[in-house]
Write a protein that binds this ligand. Sequence first.
Ligand code: ZN
Length: 112
Amino acid sequence: MRKCLVCEKGNLEKVEDIVLDIEGYVFVVKGERCNKCKEEFPYEEETQKTITTARKLGVWPEPMKLYRHLSKSGGGLVFRIPTDLEKQLKLDDKTEIGITKVGNKIIIEPEK
Ligand SMILES: [Zn+2]
């Protein structure tokens, strides 16, 4: 049994009825649920499958918000582009990108 990362009290139980609601489409996936706080943790591959299915249905919400950490390299900070965005936007190591600072946001635009 794995301990819940959210409440740190409950145990995670295997469940097959986690409901993901994406733009009104309901997906039922496998994962784990905390027996205390009821927090649900769908399995990574299940989430990926759901995303793929949702994209096929054209319901994956955009803009999609992703969370990434920056890593240190050669004294600077490096931002890694998520693989699915890399594929979606057909980016490679020759892609030139424009960086715009808007308030406290950073917009990264591939220049084609
Ligand atoms: Zn919990």
